[in-house]
Design a binder for this molecule. Structure first.
Ligand SMILES: CC(C)(COP(=O)(O)OP(=O)(O)OC[C@H]1O[C@@H](n2cnc3c(N)ncnc32)[C@H](O)[C@@H]1OP(=O)(O)O)[C@@H](O)C(=O)NCCC(=O)NCCS
Length: 314
């Protein structure tokens, strides 16, 4: 909840912005998460909401990576814009949800900015004081555009240290049978550090009309691994896909990793991979809507470029 008077007006940064009514001395608390007023939802709670609710949450909210919660500021503070040189910073020492404070004196009429817009995750706090509670600072996740393909392929090559995955991604991005797809890039300190690609899949069986997608591949560059980048990419992807109606998300990968990110073995639920997978536990699913697992079954059909037997050996 905002702790200072502000007005919302057209912003030179983007759309609407939040402007100080009075002068705000450095260190003043400007916003504090207030239970009962602001929202903090976990993934299951968000997935259970109507599509409009999820859209608003995803547009105006952000993911707190330390809490693994979607946060929505329920007053005008949701219009705060991003800046690389912000005048407001998040202080997590006093409160796990964070208290936002003026990083310097802010003049009356000046726009309040934070080091995030679609920010979630991490980027080092560049306002002077360290955010000790975050493992890796702040991160920005964006949907990759066709112009970002070189960046995407570079991240894939760095993460996997071979050509197979970059080639697969390049093919999938051109493959009409993979559409709709969702390609997300993660940036930390303005550097691309992670990429994930989700492509269309069809469940052949009694669930033909249940929208599905498959995650392949997920890539985090070596220097940024084990800092929550992979998880943040999966969470952002799951939210966007759920909001667009996808009900089941599949992955073939290391169960030790993906079971930490909401996936469970798929075969026991009668949801089969296009080819026999060994070990069976490497074939996993994550429900993006309630009452999915156990109620639908079938065999997944994936995009043509992904449907080659060599991609189905773990
Ligand atoms: C595998 C990979 C995507 C993980 O991404 P990441 O950003 O390093 O992982 P995160 O920091 O989000 O990890 C989330 C959790 O999984 C754990 N974890 C990370 N890598 C793990 C692994 N290889 N095995 C088991 N657990 C792992 C983390 O410790 C963290 O645990 P926590 O829940 O206790 O916090 C990344 O290491 C990578 O790109 N590796 C090379 C390419 C690759 O193998 N991709 C996967 C192909 S499908």
């Amino acid at each position: 909840m905002l702790l200072i008077p502000v007005r919302v007006d057209r912003s030179p940064v983007h759309g609407l912005g939040v402007f100080a009514v009075d002068r705000i001395p450095a260190g003043t608390q400007v916003w504090k998460f207030t239970p009962g007023f602001d929202l903090a939802l976990d993934r299951e709670m968000l997935d259970g909401q109507p599509a409009h609710f999820r859209r608003v949450m995803l547009h105006y909210g952000y993911i707190d990576p330390a809490l693994n919660r979607f946060i929505l500021c329920c007053d005008d503070y949701r219009f705060v814009n991003h800046s690389d040189t912000p005048n407001v910073r998040i202080d997590k020492r006093a409160d796990p949800y964070g208290v936002d404070v003026a990083a310097r004196d802010i003049e009356a009429g000046e726009e309040l900015t934070l080091d995030y817009g679609v920010v979630e995750g991490f980027r080092p706090d560049r306002t002077g004081e360290e955010d000790a509670s975050s493992r890796a600072g702040r991160m920005r996740i964006v949907e990759a555009e066709p112009a970002d393909t070189d960046v995407v392929l570079r991240v894939e090559r760095l993460a996997f240290a071979r050509d197979e995955e970059p080639q697969l991604v390049a093919e999938l991005l051109r493959d009409s049978t993979a559409q709709p797809s969702l390609s997300l890039l993660a940036y930390a300190a303005e550097q691309p550090v992670g990429h994930v690609l989700f492509t269309k899949a069809i469940i052949e069986g009694n669930a033909r009309n249940v929208a599905a997608a498959i995650l392949a591949p997920l890539a985090v560059v070596p220097d940024a691994q084990r800092q929550g980048v992979g998880r943040a990419l999966i969470e952002r992807g799951a939210s966007v896909l759920a909001a667009s109606g996808v009900r089941l998300l599949f992955v073939l990968g290391d169960p030790a990793y993906y079971t930490r990110c909401g996936f469970v073995p798929a075969t026991p639920y009668g949801l089969h991979a296009p080819y026999t997978v060994v070990p069976e536990e490497a074939w996993m699913v994550r429900a993006l809507a309630p009452n999915m697992l156990g109620n639908v079954n079938g065999t997944l059909a994936v995009a043509a470029s992904l449907a080659r037997p060599e991609y189905w050996r773990e």
